[in-house]
Design a binder for this molecule. Structure first.
Ligand SMILES: [Zn+2]
Length: 375
């Protein structure tokens, strides 16, 4: 079945929310969906431009003042040297990043991810942070990639794209690729430009080579979302659209997304014990009242709810510089004194941590990180 669907919509609500969405289906299996979403949330995406990036050393200042006096050949030679220096600096940045990541410095300072650390602490652009992290991950899994980068056989953007492709393949296969499989992919694109590499990815696996999902802030209240969905998701979305056709007669996908998101939030909060009305799950209660209960790792849902409420649904980890993490992502309940070390389920012994910080804390309690944070 081949479909061509284009939709554009825009709404204003009394909660000052705007969403625009367009869907473009041009293959029989996959759909590109993009959406502009205006919300009240004032996400601070501005880069700090106060950094004095234009301060030069004395010799550099002299060099700059003499630029006009240089011959064309000298100017070209100087520019070539600058490019080489920039590349070396880029390689050094990547290797430093790898070391910082292995020490989990971002977690120690109260950041929920390396990406957040690069964007908020070092004020890198989101795309630059994403590219460097991807390239770093490729180097970690394929040591040959590091040598290829340093020798100039490959560049940062091709490496980042390769890592992105590998992750998509793994997500599609629901399995981690072997070292050899990753190396074969890298060898295929080594020496290619990002565009040439993209063409090679399409040949290797067209689905995994589809465009990545994107969130692009347009204004303080507008975000462009680009999502690639499969045929099943599209059909489900169309079914929802049909079921809501009385309530949302214009079939505005942005309104539909808002409605199903709101309803999902309530359902999930209740399921995870984060809403006031969360019901206590009976499956964990003993069916025999007289039976002596063994201590259980299961934290009663009422206690979980209180812990999440106290934390206001955000990670409570405080970094060594005093920064609170505040991540909403993958929240878990942590025992301050570990359960395995006799810690209780008392509210005072529990805190709400994101997955990164819950894992990070295990080094304090157990001496090692029990989960791989690089995945
Ligand atoms: Zn955290």
């Amino acid at each position: 079945m081949r479909m061509n669907t284009n939709m554009n919509m825009s709404i204003n609500t009394n909660t000052n929310t705007n969403m625009n969405m367009s869907i473009n289906t041009n293959t029989n299996m996959n759909t590109n969906m993009s959406m502009n979403m205006n919300t009240n949330t004032n996400t601070n995406m501005n880069m700090n431009t106060n950094t004095n990036i234009l301060s030069f050393s004395k010799s550099e200042a002299v060099e700059l003042n003499n630029l006009k006096k240089l011959s064309d050949a000298a100017l070209i030679e100087g520019f070539k040297n600058l490019i080489l220096r920039e590349k070396r600096l880029g390689d050094l940045i990547l290797l430093n990043l790898q070391e910082m990541n292995s020490r989990r410095i971002y977690a120690q300072l109260g950041y929920g991810s390396l990406f957040e650390f690069l964007v908020k602490y070092f004020h890198l652009s989101e795309s630059s942070a994403y590219q460097r992290i991807n390239a770093m991950k490729l180097i970690q899994s394929i040591p040959e990639a590091r040598a290829a980068l340093v020798s100039g056989e490959t560049n940062l953007s091709t490496m980042a794209a390769t890592q992105g492709f590998i992750r998509k393949l793994e997500s599609e296969k629901k399995a981690v690729l072997s070292f050899q499989e990753k190396k074969d992919i890298f060898d295929t694109v080594k020496g290619k430009t990002q565009k040439e590499a993209q063409a090679a990815f399409v040949t290797l696996n067209p689905t995994a080579a589809l465009p990545a999902n994107k969130e692009k802030p347009l204004t303080a209240n507008h975000t462009l979302l680009q999502v690639t969905v499969d045929q099943e998701t599209l059909q489900l979305l169309q079914e929802v659209k049909s079921l809501l056709s009385h309530e949302i007669p214009d079939g505005d996908l942005s309104k539909i997304l808002k409605k199903i998101s709101k309803e999902s939030v309530e359902i999930l909060k209740n399921k995870k014990g984060r809403s006031k009305g969360s019901k206590i799950q009976t499956k964990h209660r003993s069916s025999k009242p007289c039976e002596i209960k063994k201590p259980s790792r299961y934290i009663p849902i009422e206690t979980r709810r209180l812990v999440f409420q106290k934390a206001q649904g955000r990670c409570e980890f405080i970094g060594s510089d005093g920064k609170r993490c505040e991540s909403h992502y993958q929240l878990e309940i942590d025992h301050k004194l570990a359960w395995s070390q006799g810690g209780s389920h008392d509210e005072a012994n529990l805190s709400c941590l994101c997955k990164v910080h819950n894992t990070f804390r295990t080094k304090e309690t157990h001496g090692y990180w029990w989960r791989d944070l690089d995945r």
